[in-house]
Design a protein. Structure first.
Length: 375
């Protein structure tokens, strides 16, 4: 489930047409405060009851899978847009899409069996879900590369890129025996450095330490010594809690590449982010639409299994939003009180079962009812 707060929620209710439930739902449920909409579900190629039982199990899994896909897309959108992205499905608000839902007969033809429709819709949604996950991974990589480049440009002297700081005359270049290394020394250890660097190893050039730059945390020095003792000097520097910048080798080509790195990674991060936002918005629209189509098939299948053939049942959307979200449990209890008789005597009289009451499935509703959270 998404970490975002729900924008609203619906109870999707299917009842036999013989109940004539609309008037009661409109006027009496929660004292008539809940907006009510008809959910238009077409007649499908039902097949056998055995096949519908199998489809029921598969639909439950796919319903949950698409719910998780939508939640994932929402979380991704929120993470890259600071939660400012609106929920649009097929160029309409998500609520308008649900409340005025129409089956997409051009994409999902009703002359196809339920089994084929379910596979088609699910495969499209899963493909989009995979595309979003791959795009998100690309963005995370681009973002990580940019943050690394940003640290190099704007971090302290122990980690930042030095291409805008050092100059060629500060280094011994093209020498067979000598080398110049950079040491970022914590400011509180500068005295220790000055007193000990010359004797840290053999063949350190006396008084070769030169201040190159300074920030709030570190002072950056160059030190010249014989190449033979470079690694030993680096190791002993770390023991003194100095920070050798042995990642830096003076090279004009390297410096030019470093100058470009920040701009390139920033541009790539921005492009990856924009690509991800576009794809995620498209994916939200498409996967949400596919999810609603799967919901409709699931409601139809469960209604046929519950109420029998021919399909003669009405489907409703009961809307909860804002302060009314807390009324869902109350509404479900009222629905059970009103329509509990549909579950038979064994259901409506569970209070009289005494020691056998634990055998009754307390999550079972006497009619077809699903909660549909909008995020």
């Amino acid at each position: 489930m998404s970490t975002s707060d729900p924008l609203g929620e619906y109870l999707i209710l299917s009842l036999p047409q013989s109940t004539n439930a609309r008037k009661w739902l409109t006027e009496s449920l929660n004292t008539g405060k809940q907006p009510l909409f008809n959910l238009k579900i077409p007649d499908f190629q039902s097949g056998t009851l055995d096949s519908l039982v199998q489809e029921s199990e598969e639909l439950a899994k796919i319903d949950q899978q698409l719910s998780a896909s939508v939640s994932k897309v929402v979380d991704i959108l929120n993470s890259v847009t600071d939660g400012s992205s609106t929920r649009v499905v097929q160029s309409r608000s998500v609520f308008d899409y649900i409340e005025n839902f129409q089956w997409n007969t051009s994409k999902y033809r009703l002359d196809k069996s339920i089994n084929i429709l379910v596979k088609l819709i699910a495969s499209e949604a899963i493909s989009l879900d995979n595309d979003v996950r791959a795009s998100y991974q690309n963005y995370q990589t681009a973002k990580s590369n940019f943050l690394a480049a940003d640290r190099k440009k704007n971090g302290d002297l122990s980690i930042k890129s030095l291409h805008e700081i050092v100059k060629p005359e500060q280094f011994v270049l093209n020498s067979e025996h000598l080398t110049t290394i950079l040491i970022a020394v914590p400011n509180n250890l500068v005295s220790d450095f000055k007193n000990s660097y010359e004797t840290l190893t053999q063949f350190v050039i006396p008084r070769s330490a030169e201040v190159i730059a300074k920030d709030q945390e570190y002072t950056l020095y160059t030190v010249t010594l014989f190449k033979k003792f470079q690694q030993e000097f680096i190791n002993l520097s770390r023991e003194h809690k100095w920070h050798p910048r042995n990642d830096f080798i003076y090279s004009e080509e390297t410096l030019n590449n470093l100058r470009k790195e920040f701009d390139l990674t920033k541009a790539n991060e921005l492009k990856s982010k924009n690509d991800l936002i576009r794809l995620s918005k498209t994916a939200y629209s498409e996967i949400f639409s596919q999810w609603v189509h799967i919901k409709c098939i699931r409601i139809y299948v469960e209604s046929v299994l519950r109420y029998g053939l021919p399909p003669q049942f009405d489907n409703y959307l009961i809307k909860f939003q804002g302060a009314n979200l807390k009324n869902i449990s109350k509404a479900k209890k009222e629905l059970i009180e009103k329509f509990g008789y549909l579950g038979g005597a064994g259901y409506s009289n569970t209070s009289n079962l005494h020691e056998y009451a634990s055998l009754v499935d307390t999550d079972y509703e006497p009619f077809v009812l699903y909660e549909f959270e909008i995020i």
